[in-house]
Design a protein. Structure first.
Length: 238
């Protein structure tokens, strides 16, 4: 049984993991899914100053105030940026980091650095056009998302503060990181920004790479298959 803490994706929040909660509970895990400042149920706290450090601190504070140890930290999509920062600050509280089709930055990299200039330019234009220069409009969900899931999720997704993508991560810790797993969603479309991290996980010490036949949001599109892979990872399977 594990203490599982979520670092969720951009435009999203804890609500998006509602299909996973009963599966994790049935398996006996404690699941903590804090929502970042400025998103989801905390969207009223959004300001132009919310950045990557804000969201890293959101998760660090959850772990520290709940006094959690031996944490399995899940970082989904943008949440990989957050999880990487959390691991730098409190590595002693983590047992494992699982990147779920996520960004895995190195020191000095921002999310904009990792998606490339074309995607960055499109998101900046969207923020200028529709978000007062600092709110990035919601990205579309993967095309294979069931219509009922799109209808449920779309009204709950909120603009992402642009500083969360602009800020370069600063990694200071010299302590060894816990084991890291990368779950690569094989149905990613053109311009897939996540293959680079799957390739890194296949070649770099300290990582194990896994593949899942799904698009970018397995917690929504295939929760049972995703849960089976998480279980395998947490018991040390490859």
């Amino acid at each position: 049984m594990a203490n599982i803490v979520l670092a969720h994706g951009a435009w999203s929040a804890a609500w998006a993991w509602k299909k996973m909660r009963p599966l994790l509970q049935e398996a006996g895990h404690q699941f903590y899914a804090p929502t970042y400042t400025g998103l989801g149920a905390r969207a009223h706290l959004a300001t132009p100053d919310v950045d990557l450090s804000t969201h890293i601190q959101d998760i660090v504070s959850e772990i520290e105030f709940e006094d959690l140890n031996d944490v399995v930290l899940l970082g989904h999509s943008y949440g990989g940026m957050v999880a990487t920062g959390v691991a730098d600050k409190i590595p002693h509280r983590l047992a494992r980091i699982v990147y779920v089709d996520a960004f895995a930055p190195k020191d000095g990299q921002s999310l904009f650095d990792l998606v490339g200039p074309k995607a960055e330019g499109n998101m900046r234009k969207g923020a200028e056009r529709d978000g007062d220069g600092w709110k990035m409009p919601v990205n579309p969900m993967p095309p294979d998302t069931a219509p009922e899931d799109v209808a449920w999720a779309s009204p709950r997704r909120r603009p992402q503060p642009i500083k969360t993508f602009e800020q370069k991560i600063k990694l200071d810790s010299k302590k060894p990181l816990p084991p890291r797993d990368y779950i690569y969603a094989t149905r990613n479309g053109p311009g897939d920004p996540f293959r680079q991290f799957a390739d890194r996980a296949r070649s770099e010490a300290g990582w194990t790479c896994h593949e899942l036949d799904t698009s970018h949001n397995p917690h929504i599109t295939c929760p049972n298959e995703f849960m089976a892979l998480l279980t395998k990872i947490m018991v040390g399977g490859k």
